[in-house]
Design a protein around this ligand. Structure first.
Ligand SMILES: [Zn+2]
Length: 105
């Protein structure tokens, strides 16, 4: 089978678009969002910003940026997913907002 775009699915060869390696480091991003991360281990705890939370219900991973709320169910796999959820921005706008989108030269 032949594809119209031979670089499809191969991020490293795309001249422009979403660049995952340009996403902010999860610890920096979540700190900038005002999350106070507590606890040891892979999953840190934070007060959830997606519902009226009093006890920290949000679990956040600092290696991947993944997050999941044990109360309201908000979840995603990286800081881009978090940014889209908190801002309501579509994928490309959110990626640009985070500096992880390279324009066509
Ligand atoms: Zn929540």
């Amino acid at each position: 089978m032949r594809y119209a775009n031979p670089t499809r699915g191969n991020d490293t060869r795309k001249p422009f678009g979403f660049k995952r390696n340009l996403l902010p480091i999860p610890a920096d991003y979540y700190a900038a969002q005002g999350l106070k991360l507590t606890g040891g281990g892979e999953w840190k705890n934070a007060v959830c910003q997606f519902h009226k939370d009093t006890n920290p219900s949000l679990r956040v991973r600092l290696d991947t940026g993944g997050f999941r709320c044990m109360v309201c169910g908000a979840h995603g796999g990286d800081v881009l997913a978090y940014h889209r959820l908190i801002t309501g921005l579509p994928f490309i706008r959110a990626a640009k907002d985070l500096g992880a989108w390279e324009e066509q030269p």
